[in-house]
Every structure is written in C-alpha cells, then in structure tokens.
Write a protein that binds this ligand. Sequence first.
Ligand code: NAD
Ligand code: MG
Length: 353
Amino acid sequence: MKRVALLGATGSIGRQAIEIVEAHPELELCAAASGSTSLDDVDAALKQVGGDLTELLERAQPDVVLNAVVGFAGIHATLWALERGVDLALANKESLVAAGELALAARARGAGRLLPVDSEHSALHQCLEGRSAEQVDSLVLTGSGGPFRGRTRDELVDAVPDEALAHPTWRMGPKITVDSATLANKGLELIEAHFLFDIPYDRIEVVLQPTSIVHSLVRFRDGATLAHLGYPDMRVPISYALTYPERAATPLPPLDLTSLTLSFESPDVETFHMLALARAAGERGGTYPCAYNAANEVAVAAFLAGRLPFLGIAEVVTDALERADGAPARDVADLVECDRRTRANVGERLPVA
Ligand code: NAD
Ligand code: MG
C-alpha cells in the first residue's frame, strides 16, 4: 500500500490524481488539502482546507506527497518532503523554481525520490533513465505555443482573459493556462528542468510542437535523440509518478501514429518575452527565479482580474526583475521574504482597480 498525500486536491491535477488513486487498489489517500475549496466529495483519511500544509503532512506521514498546489504557496510542502526523503511527485513547479539550490540541498540530505509530474519533465525523466549529465548533449523542452502562437505584439495588445484561457491542447487551471499563453510556463519549465536534471541553461532548448504529442526530447552525446510521445493527458505523468517504477495501466488508448501531425518551430521570444526573461533570471541565479515567479503570479492574477493588459504581464515582470537584488537565499525565510517583497513592489506599480 502506498499512502498518498494530495495537496491541491480540488484542482485540475488534483482531480485527475484522485481518478488515478481510485483506479489503483495499492494507492490510498491518507491526506487531501485545498486552498479554499470544499473537500466534502474527496475521500481521504485527513482533510484540510487552507492552513499549514506541513502540519497536515506531519500528521499524515505519507509515503508520497503529490504537490499539486498552484504557486509559491506549495514551497513549504516541497521542502518538507525533500528534506525528509519522502517521495515527492511534483506538479507545483513554482516551488522548485523559487527554491532552486535550497531545494537541491534538501533533496541531497533527504535522498528521497523527486518524480516530476509536469508532462515535459516526466518525459525527460523517462528518456534520461537516471543517466548522468555528462552523457547528455542537450534537453529539448517542447511546448504547444499556447492560444497565441503566431500572433504579433500588435495582435496581442487587446488580448482578454477568455482568449488566453482557451488553450489549444491542454485543460488546466487558470494560472498555468495564462502562463502557457505568455510562455511563462515554458520559462518556469526551463528553470525547473535545470534544477531537476542538473543541465546548464545553454544546453536546454525550447521548441514548439503545436499538437502536444512530443512531450520532450533528450539529445545524447553519441548523436542519439530520444523523444517521449503520447496524447496530451496529465493522467499519464500523474500515474507514472504515483506508481513509479511500475508504470501502471491508464485508460488511455494506444497512440495512433497515422493520425498524427508533428511539426516543430522556434518560439518567438521577442513577442513572448516571458520566456527570455525566465532564461535570464535562471542564468543569473540566486533569488532571481523566485522574484520572476512572484512577479508573474501577481501579474497573472491582475490580468485575470482585468486590471492589467496581456502585454503588461511581461512589462511588470521586467520591472520587478530590474528592482530585485537577486541575493542568494540562505534559508526558506529568505525565499519567503523575496516572494513577499516582490509581490509588494509589483502591487504598488499595478494600475488601481
Ligand atoms: P488549479 O488552479 O486547477 O488547482 C490548484 C489547487 O491548489 C486547488 O486545489 C487549490 O485549492 C489548491 N491551492 C491553492 N492554494 C493553496 C494553498 N495555499 N494551500 C493548499 N492548497 C492550495 O491548478 P492546476 O492546473 O491543477 O495546477 C497545479 C500545479 O500543477 C501548478 O503548479 C501547475 O503549474 C502544475 N501543472 C499543472 C498542469 C495541468 O494540467 N493542470 C500540468 C503541469 C503542471
Ligand atoms: Mg508542462
């Protein structure tokens, strides 16, 4: 029996995770948490709406934590699991991006498993099979390009939340869907890949693959390139992480190759500036990724609330990064402070509602 603590149980990932847990008798929910939404229809031994996630984890003592919280709010749970060597199935990419080196240090001390749930990183994990970074030439992160792929800046001036929320290939929560439209999601994923697989940024490429069938690729030093293909369905990476290394069956049909269209193109980083900003923040290191994430969270919320134009998201984040000192975090309190300060700075500069 594997006892799963599911954090973010009412979200897009959370609901699909419950489906996976229910389909597997060897998985059980020992704890479920949400931010503010009711857990009445969730069957778990311990439940918590709001409050301190690490307290819940202490009480539940899970075998695996599936962190499917959205945003920086997931950071303490990520560090809790890494520090204790409790297996961590990580959907909450923002926590790894923000914690960076501190998360890696906690992971080294805890020596537990860190299994990515993000589809691209699950794909990379499977292609890499634990091989060392020296064998890798480069990682290729794929992305659909989101609903605005191919648009010019002029065509994005008036983009509204409903258009940004209409993702062509994935059904996800609102924050990550807007991140997919700005390419901030690919930016966060670039930093996530760097920390997960210990590959320098100049050896991580981002390529658009509009139908989201190729989930990512690894080029090895011998000239071989391995790709991971599958229908865009998060139940596959969730199941992979929760049942690792069993690769339990899922209800997905086998991939029908003759029905596929596979094409690749480079992202337009001039128009979708959030990707370039993430690369720069990652390369500068320290708490720049933490500041990037915090500024983006505030900007996305403001965009969704109709307080900021779509192109304003990248402007707000550019400004926040210019004002950040980027000083490396000594501990989680420094991260919390960087997150708080960045949010406050961004909040002051946003147009009044
Ligand atoms: P969502 O908005 O649908 O759900 C978020 C969940 O987090 C909800 O259950 C909410 O109640 C909970 N939550 C928010 N704040 C919380 C807090 N302070 N304490 C406890 N719970 C809190 O989001 P989602 O789309 O499921 O995404 C969740 C995470 O997974 C994000 O980090 C996202 O980037 C990542 N992810 C999602 C997908 C996807 O397909 N949805 C794919 C890859 C990665
Ligand atoms: Mg992803």
